[in-house]
Design a protein around this ligand. Structure first.
Ligand code: NAG
Length: 188
């Protein structure tokens, strides 16, 4: 009796597994598709790490959802940058560094606004126009530009110094690249 029951359960779980594979619950994008998308971004490893292994990828149904993940990751970089700014501010005593840091703080706030607008526009899937897509592109570029302005700040008007936000800058560059590839793919 017990063995029959176990067999029965095994049969049932096999059925569940078969059903799960045959009918993915949320029409999620297959891993293979994400891998080939990531290849197109020229940032394969980074893309697989930040997008492919993202906890939200399981619910991603299309390129628009991947755009939202990329922009959310950019927003996380903004939060990390603000934390980093607050941390190094306490260590800085030279006025040049302090000044550059305060420029960066404003730039990262403005980049955060731009990424938020890009994200809001990305949410709008129904009735999205070419102009909306252009706006998503422009806001993403504006965010990247603000972050680049901060990075440039450490090499101009005075001695060249190491930016405390290079990691965030590099990550935002790659995430914006991913976002641009998505917009191009949606548009074409
Ligand atoms: C996007 O930026 C371009 C170039 O700066 C500009 O011509 C265009 O009007 C902008 N589009 C939108 C929808 O804001």
């Amino acid at each position: 009796m017990a063995t029959m029951l176990i067999k029965h359960i095994n049969c049932l779980s096999l059925l569940v597994v078969v059903l799960l594979f045959a009918f993915p619950s949320s029409n999620a994008m297959p891993v293979k598709e994400i891998h080939s998308f990531c290849k197109e971004t020229f940032e394969l490893e980074f893309c697989m790490q930040y997008i492919g292994k993202n906890t939200r990828i399981a619910a991603a149904r299309d390129l628009s959802d991947i755009f939202l993940i990329a922009i959310s990751e950019a927003q996380i970089q903004m939060t990390n940058a603000i934390t980093q700014i607050d941390r190094v501010r306490l260590q800085y005593d030279d006025p040049v560094r302090k000044n550059r840091l305060s420029v960066c703080e404003k730039k990262y706030e403005s980049a955060g606004d731009s990424f938020h607008k890009a994200w809001e526009m990305g949410q709008k899937k129904i009735g999205r126009t070419m102009e909306d897509l252009e706006d998503m592109f422009n806001q993403t570029q504006a965010g990247l530009q603000a972050v680049s302005d901060c990075q440039d700040e450490w090499a101009k008007n005075g001695p060249k110094q190491e930016s405390p936000l290079t990691l965030q800058y590099n990550n935002v560059q790659k995430l914006s690249q991913i976002a641009r590839v998505i917009i191009k793919k949606i548009t074409s």
